[in-house]
Design a protein around this ligand. Structure first.
Ligand SMILES: Nc1ncnc2c1ncn2[C@@H]1O[C@H](COP(=O)(O)OP(=O)(O)O)[C@@H](O)[C@H]1O
Ligand SMILES: [Mg+2]
Length: 232
């Protein structure tokens, strides 16, 4: 199986400017590999740094040291030191991210929120929206909501729009932050199926998932994270 994602000696410290520049180390010496078709679940208590790690992998946070190697167009690129254009290209083509909460953009319909990556790739708009509608339907978002901006949707509906948006493009690497946290059992089962299908296609997945049933259903391995001591 091909290596898709590798972190080496990754570290991240937040500087708390409101507290006199206090340094708060969150990640230290994090190293793990994810191969094609594999799902690694980040495990650890709240505050351990799981979301920080996922955001660092996506380039939302700059890693303070260490490497984040991503298979992009068949070469391993270090995202920790990549220029902004390369980071954007990796996000467009290689790595998808389902954040814990949907970032709501005013006036954009649910359908276009989901179709955005395909539209940006130049896919025919009718085809892109048809695929978006299919995914939304699969996640039990009724057709009458497809044309409405998700700002007024419930938490669970927004999460399903976010999932459809993350899964539509078939990125070879997917990062999932609590993808089933506000879903009912039936929709959790749909998400488990979607993750399994993605793995079967060879997608490498890093997930945060507190629901034990879902975790057991999708995880090939757990990667444990523990909270670091605050710097003195
Ligand atoms: N942007 C930030 N600035 C300062 N501290 C942060 C920031 N993001 C997260 N933290 C802190 O880093 C620690 C880890 O947070 P997080 O990654 O959200 O943990 P988890 O997802 O495992 O619950 C927490 O103590 C949190 O308060
Ligand atoms: Mg978190």
């Amino acid at each position: 199986m091909r290596l898709m994602l590798r972190t080496e000696s990754l570290a991240k410290t937040f500087t708390l400017h409101l507290r006199g520049g206090l340094a708060m180390p969150v990640l230290r010496d994090v190293g793990f590999d994810v191969h094609e078709g594999e799902c690694v679940v980040l495990a650890g208590p709240s505050g351990a740094g799981k979301s920080t790690l996922l955001r660092s992998l996506y380039g939302n946070y700059r890693a303070e040291s260490g490497r984040i190697l991503v298979r992009h167009h068949d070469t391993m690129v270090d995202l920790a030191t990549a220029d902004p254009r390369t980071v954007l290209a990796i996000r467009a083509e290689t790595m998808g991210y389902v954040s814990q909460f949907l970032r709501v953009v005013p006036r954009v319909s649910a359908l276009d929120v989901v179709a955005e990556v395909l539209l940006a790739r130049g896919v025919d708009p009718d085809d892109a929206r048809a695929r978006a509608a299919g995914l939304l339907q699969r996640l039990n978002i009724p057709a009458r909501l497809h044309g409405i901006p998700p700002a007024t949707f419930s938490g669970g509906e927004q999460q399903r729009v976010n999932l459809a948006r993350g899964f539509i493009a078939g990125h070879p690497i997917l990062l999932l932050d609590e993808p089933t946290a506000s879903l009912d059992a039936a929709n959790r089962e749909v998400v488990v199926e979607m993750v399994r299908e993605a793995k079967a296609r060879g997608t490498a997945i890093v997930a945060i998932c507190h629901d034990e049933e879902v975790r057991d259903a999708i995880a090939d391995r757990l990667f444990p994270l523990l909270p670091l001591q605050d710097a003195a």
